[in-house]
Structures are given as structure tokens and as C-alpha cells.
Ligand binder design. Structure first.
Ligand code: NAD
Ligand code: MG
Length: 393
């Protein structure tokens, strides 16, 4: 029986994780669930899965949840509040695996807490790794944590690695990695209409149902840029040995290209419960609830090159990674601010990439040798991004 903590249980990944857990009550037990402020959903999850502890970052939300749980006789579920409680529950002794599914930089410290406690980390929160790359991987090694990727592409790459491969180690005979991308909702959309794209259009992904931030990232292809950086750290490979392949069907989730000419791909229906079930049960296999792939229904698979003009965020992510130091911290922070502002109607779709590029030009470069430096760079880049946005409007 494995004890699970889900950081971000009310989100898209969090809910898919609970769906998998619900199919295997004999294998997995929910120890802790956390959310930012969604009382209603966390209440329902608490009633169904009866965790030992739940966390709501928002104080008023935590108070409300506490009252509701007491009123249905579930007062023994401890309701904690505040960002620090996220790290506390991630490190509990009864927790074996931590699903890191908070969106954005807010997930960094609790995910690191899980790493430092030597847990199995199921990593969905790519921003945490993008921000802290080398430091994060160093902590994994030092604390004997086990890192398994949830991002579908990285989970696919992991599945295609040689037997006995461990994330973060050198890989034998690998020539390059190929990250597949659906191309998002605007792969074929007229370029001259890009500046009129609304948040609703950007969040309507053709293949995946996801949270709003990652949906916009998929539409700008910053998601693929962040994934390039993520793959580079996870598999210890330079970014220019990672290629992006547009594959509109989203059936192949990524490929490993070996020096002998072999190419291994992982395939399946586009449903995050596959990588989630894979990583939770690894090295065993369990039912994920996803229907098997019907190749006769799929019929054909297509591949295209990614278009740099359409998707400048890809180039920006490559640049940030090559720059090293705090480059990826700045990229990520500027992107988070720009996406949030786009979602609330403050800037145009096409301004997301121009804001990021400007922030990358303005933010001072520094090496990052500690998490404090990562956090400081993050705060600094967010302030610059706010200024850049004010100057547009
Ligand atoms: P989501 O927006 O649906 O859910 C986010 C979760 O994080 C929620 O539970 C929310 O309460 C919590 N949260 C948000 N802000 C917080 C804060 N400041 N402090 C604490 N908790 C906070 O997002 P999602 O789509 O589930 O994505 C989660 C992560 O997984 C992201 O990093 C995303 O890039 C990654 N990911 C998602 C998918 C997917 O299919 N959804 C695929 C691959 C990777
Ligand atoms: Mg992905």
C-alpha cells in the first residue's frame, strides 16, 4: 500500500490522479490533498478519499472547509492553511509518493520539500524544474529521491529509455530525443489573425483537456519550449539534441532516437491517466481507465516541422536554456505574468511572446547557486514583466 500526497489535487492533473487511485484502493491510499482556494472540490475529494490532512493556501477557504468537514462528521481530517503547509504535507512519513501538480512557480518549494524528504516524485509541475534545473536534479541525487515524469512527452521518453534507466543519469546509445507537439489550436490558423485570439479560443485545445495556464502555453507553444528545458534536465542531454516534431494526432507522445538507427516511440490515446498510472505503479503496470488505442481508427500518423515565425516562444526557450544561469527563471516568470495578463484581457495573444522577449533583454543575468537566488530572480523578473506590460497599455 503506497501513501500518496497530491499537491494541486483540484486541478486537471490532480483529478486524473484521483481517478487512477479510485480504481486501485488496494494499492494506493490518499494521505494528503492540497489546493489554492477551491473549497467545493476539495470538500468533495475529502469526503470520497478521507485523507489524513488537507491544505488550502487561502485562510478563509481553509476555515470554510474545516466547518464543512466537521458538519458531516469528518472533523478528524486536519485542515491546514498557508503555503508552508504544502511543504509540510509533502514530507509526511506516511507519504511514499508525491504528485507535484501545482501550476507554476508556486509549486517549486513544496516539490523540493518532497525531493528533500526522499519521496517518489511524480513530476507534472514542469515550471519547478525549469526554474531550478541543476539544483533540483542535484537535490534528487543527494536525497535519494525517485523522479518520474508525468508530462506525457517525458513519460514517453522515459518509457523508451534503455532497461534499468534512471531519470537524471547518462543514457546509453541515445542520439537525440524527439518531443512531439500537437501544434495546439493555432497550427493552421491565419497568422494575420493571431493578434485577435481570445482566451477562450486559446484554451480550447484540440486534443487535451487541461488547466488554463498550460492551455495558453500550448497555444503559444511555450509549453513545448518549457518541455525542451525539462527534457534537457531530466535526461541530461543538451537542448540542441532535442527536436520538436509537430504530430497533430497526438498518438505518439515522444520518441528516442538511438545511434544504431533504432527509434522507439510510446503511443496511446491522449489521456493523462496513462502517464499518471505508469509512474505511480512503475515498474509494474496497472489499469489506468483509458481505452486501448484502436490503430484502425487512427489510420495514419503525420509529422511536420515546427514553424518559428508562428511560435516565437520555442526560440525564446532555447535561448533561455543556452544562456544558463537565471535565464530559464526569467523566461518562466515573464511567461507566467504574460499568460495571466492575457487571460484577464490585459494584453493580446501576440504580446505574450513580445513581453517575454523584452523581459529577457532587461532582466540582469546572474548565476543561480541556491534556491534563494532562483526565488529572487523570479520576483525580479515578475516586476520587470509588470513594468513592460504597463508600458504597452
Ligand atoms: P490546473 O490549473 O488545472 O490546476 C492547478 C492546481 O494547482 C489546482 O489544484 C490549484 O488549486 C493549485 N494551485 C494553483 N495555484 C496555486 C498556488 N499559488 N499555491 C498552491 N496551489 C496552487 O493545472 P493543471 O492543468 O492540472 O496543471 C498542473 C501542472 O501540471 C502544471 O505545471 C502543468 O504544466 C502540468 N501539466 C499538466 C498537464 C495537463 O494535461 N493538465 C499535462 C502535462 C503537464
Ligand atoms: Mg506535455
Amino acid at each position: 500500500m503506497k501513501g500518496i500526497c497530491i499537491l494541486g489535487s483540484t486541478g486537471s492533473i490532480g483529478q486524473s490522479t484521483l481517478d487512477v487511485i479510485g480504481r486501485h484502493p488496494d494499492r494506493f491510499k490518499v494521505i494528503a490533498l492540497t489546493a489554492n482556494l477551491s473549497v467545493e472540490r476539495l470538500y468533495e475529494q475529502s469526503v470520497r478519499f478521507k485523507p489524513e490532512k488537507v491544505v488550502l493556501v487561502d485562510e478563509a477557504a481553509a476555515e470554510e472547509l474545516r466547518k464543512r468537514l466537521v458538519s458531516v462528521g469528518l472533523g478528524d481530517i486536519a485542515v491546514l492553511q498557508g503555503a508552508e503547509a504544502l511543504s509540510e504535507v509533502a514530507g509526511l512519513d506516511s507519504v511514499d509518493q508525491v504528485m507535484a501538480a501545482i501550476v507554476g512557480a508556486a509549486g517549486l518549494m513544496p516539490t523540493l520539500a518532497a525531493v528533500r524528504a526522499g519521496k517518489r516524485i511524480l513530476l507534472a509541475n514542469k515550471e519547478a524544474l525549469v526554474m531550478s534545473g541543476q539544483l533540483f536534479m542535484g537535490e534528487v541525487e543527494k536525497n535519494g529521491a525517485e523522479l518520474l515524469p508525468i508530462d506525457s512527452e517525458h513519460n514517453a521518453l522515459f518509457q523508451c529509455m534503455p532497461d534499468g534507466y534512471r531519470v537524471g543519469r547518462q543514457r546509453n546509445g541515445v542520439r537525440s530525443l524527439m518531443l512531439t507537439a500537437s501544434g495546439g489550436p493555432f497550427r493552421d490558423y491565419p497568422l494575420d489573425l493571431f493578434s485577435t485570439i481570445t482566451p477562450e479560443q486559446a484554451c480550447a485545445h484540440p486534443k487535451w483537456v487541461m488547466g488554463r495556464k498550460i492551455s495558453v502555453d500550448s497555444a503559444t507553444m511555450m509549453n513545448k519550449g518549457l518541455e525542451l528545458i525539462e527534457a534537457s534536465w531530466l535526461f541530461d542531454i543538451p537542448v540542441d539534441q532535442i527536436k520538436v516534431v509537430i504530430h497533430p494526432q497526438s498518438i505518439i507522445h515522444s520518441l528516442v532516437d538511438y545511434i544504431d538507427g533504432t527509434m522507439l516511440a510510446q503511443m496511446g490515446n491522449p489521456d493523462m491517466r496513462i502517464p499518471i498510472a505508469h509512474a505511480m505503479a512503475w515498474p509494474e503496470r496497472v489499469d489506468s481507465g483509458v481505452k486501448p488505442l484502436d490503430l484502425f481508427e487512427v489510420k495514419s500518423l503525420e509529422f511536420e516541422k515546427a514553424d518559428d515565425e508562428r511560435f516565437p516562444c520555442l526560440r525564446l526557450a532555447m535561448e533561455a536554456m543556452k544562456r544558463g544561469g537565471n535565464g530559464s527563471v526569467v523566461l518562466n516568470a515573464a511567461n507566467e505574468v504574460a499568460v495571466e495578463t492575457f487571460l484577464s484581457g490585459g494584453i493580446r495573444f501576440t504580446e505574450i511572446s513580445s513581453v517575454i522577449e523584452e523581459v529577457m533583454g532587461l532582466a540582469p543575468f546572474c548565476e543561480v547557486e541556491s534556491i534563494e537566488q532562483v526565488l529572487n530572480s523570479d520576483v525580479g523578473a515578475r516586476e520587470i514583466a509588470q513594468e513592460v506590460i504597463r508600458s504597452i497599455n
